[in-house]
Design a protein around this ligand. Sequence first.
Ligand code: BDP
Length: 680
Amino acid sequence: QAGYDAWLGRRALTDKDQVSSLTDWASRIIAEESDECIRTAAYELTETITAWTGRRPDNAVPADGGGCLRIGTFQGCSEVASAFSEVEMSAVQADGFRLRRAGQSIIIAGSTGRGVLYGAFALLRLIKTGERLNELDELSNPANGLRLINEWDNVDGSIERGYAGRSIFYAEGEVVPDLSRVRDYARLLASVGINGIVVNNVNVHREETLFLSERYLPRIADMANVFRAYGIRLYLSINFAAPIEMGGLATADPLEEAVRTWWKDRVKEVYKWIPDFGGFLVKADSEFRPGPFTYGRDHADGANMLAEALAPYGGIVVWRCFVYNCKQDWRDRKTDRARAAYDHFTPLDGRFRDNVVLQVKNGPMDFQVREPVSPLFGAMPHTNMLIEFQVTQEYTGQQRHLCYLVPQWKEALDFDTHARGEGSTIKKVADGSLFGRPLGGFAAVSNVGDDANWTGHPLAQANLYGYGRLAWNPELAADRIAEEWIKQTFGDHDRVIKTLLAMLMSSWSLYESYTSPLGVGWMVKPNHHYGPDVDGYEYSMWGTYHFADCYGIGVDRSVRTGTGYASQYHRPHSERFESAETTPDELLLFFHHVPYTHRLHSGKTVIQHIYDSHFEGVKGSEALAEQWEGLKGLIDHDIFEQGRSRLQEQIEHAKEWRDVINTYFWRKSGIADEHGRTIY
Ligand code: BDP
C-alpha cells in the first residue's frame, strides 16, 4: 500500500546515533491519566518508538536516575507539573503543549489531554525530521481555536470534487461497517492539529438530511467515537429545509415557533448520541440550496435560530458566505458575483450570536488559481470568522497536476486588510485577535479518498499536511512546511529533499503560468472544471466572465467605470485596485478590462505575457518530470511510478492549455507572437 502511511510512516530509523540517543528515555513511557487522548498519545508513541528502535517501551516507573518519557497534564500528574514553574504552566493554552528535556527524561505536558496528544505528535515529528533533543524545551500553542476539515462526501460513497477515489466514510447509503480507515485518517489529521471534522458534503441531499435522525445517528456516533480518541469533534452539514423534508412541517421559516422547536428537538437528539458534537455547517441560499431568503428572512435570522438550539450544549453554527446569484444574465456587466458575499453579509455585522462563525472562502469567487482575497475579512468587526481553503484541487489540477497550495494560502493570510491600520492581516482576522472575537480559525475542503495513497497524486499529501500545520501556526514558511513533510514522508536523503522541495515550491506559479492568465480565472471546461475552455463559462449564468473581444480582456471592477467591487477593500487597496496602473500584474484582469497591448509592470504587453507564460508553462512541466526522474531508485518504486505517470499527464495537458489559450487569443487579437513561435 504505497503511500498509505503518508507522513506517519514508522520505518526503522537508520541513523545509529539517533537510535541510541532515544534509548535512554524512550524505553519507558509513563502515562498515568485515563483521559482518552492521553491514552492515544501513549499508544502512538509506543508503536512508533517500537518500530523505530526495534524495542517495545515498557511503562515501569524508572528507579532513581533512570530516564523515561513522561506524558500528562499539569493538573492530573504531579511529576509533570513539578517540571514547570507556575508561569510556564499558565502559558499553555487549551490545545497547547510543552516539551522538555529533564535530565535523562523527556516530558510532554499539556493543560488538556488533547494538548498532550499534539505534544506527542510534535515530539515524533522532531525526531523524524532529525532534530537533536538534548536541549529540548518547546512551548507551542495553536494560533487558531477552530482548525476544521470539511469532507464533501455523500452517503452513496461519491465525493463532490473528490479526486482520489471514493469515500472512506460511506458506501451505498451507509456509513462503512469497518471504521479502521477512518481511524487512520483521524491519526493523520490529529498529527497536524486538526480538531474538528464536518463529515458530510455542504450540499446536503435528501438522504443526508436524515443524518439528524435515528436512521443514521448510531453509526455517525460510531464515527464520532473514532475521532474523539484523536481529539477531533464531529460536525454535520445540514439542510436548511430539513423541517419540511424530514420533519413534515409546512415551512422552514426560522422565525416560526414550530420550526425553532423542531430544531431544538433534533439538536437534543444529536447530543444524546454524540455528547461532544461540534455543531452544524450550513450552505444556505446558494447554488440551489434552500435558505432563509425563501421566507423573507436574512442569514442572521437563519443562523441564530440554529445557534440558539445548539448553545445549551456548547455547539456552534458555521455559516458559509458562499452566497451569490447563480442565475444571472451574462449580458449584464454591472452585476458582479465577486461583490455578492460582501453585499449580503456586511449589513448583518453585529447581528450574529456569539456561537455563530461565518465561513468565508479565501477569495471572492471560488478557489481559482489566482484571486484577490475576500474583502469580507476586515469588513465585519463584530462577527466571528473562519477562512475557508480548498485543499482538494478542483481548479488547480485535480490532483493530476502538481500544485502545492501552501504558498497561495500564505499570501492570503499575510494580506494586510488595513481594517485597524497597518498590520491588520487576514491571519489576525481569522484567529479572532484583530477584532477580539471569541471564535475563529480555519476550515478547508479535504483532498482524500479511498485511493491507497489517500490523495491520488502522491505529492498532494503535502497540501493536507500543510493545511493543518498552517492552521496551527500561520507564521510557518511554506518551504519549511514542505521540507518537514518531505523528511517525514520520504526520509532524509539530501537529493530527495532538495528535488522535492524545488518541485513543490515552483508548482503553484507553474500551474498558473499555463492556465488562465493574470487573475481572470474560469477558462475551464464547465461542470468538471478540468482542462481549458476559454469561453466555457462566458455565456452562462454563473457570473464568471472574462469579456474577451478583439480589443481586449478582463473584468472592470473599478468604481469609476466598472462594478465598484474595488471599493469593498479598505484603503490603500481600494485605491490601488481602482487603477490598472497600480494593480499588481497577477490580478490585472480580475480588476480591469484592458487592451491586449496594455503594458504590464513586467514590461511585457498583456498578449505577449499570455503567449510567453503558456510556452514557459510547458517547459516548466517538462522540467518537473525531469526532476522527478532523478529520484528513481531513491524513493519507493510504486510512488515513483505514480508520480511519473501524473507528471507525464501534466506535460500533455499543459500543452493542451498552451495551444487552446494561445490560439484563442492570437485569433481574437490578431497580434503575432514577438518570437514567431507556432500558434495554431
Ligand atoms: C464550488 C464547487 C461546488 C461546491 C461549491 C461550494 O464547484 O461543487 O458545492 O463550490 O463551495 O467550488 O459550495
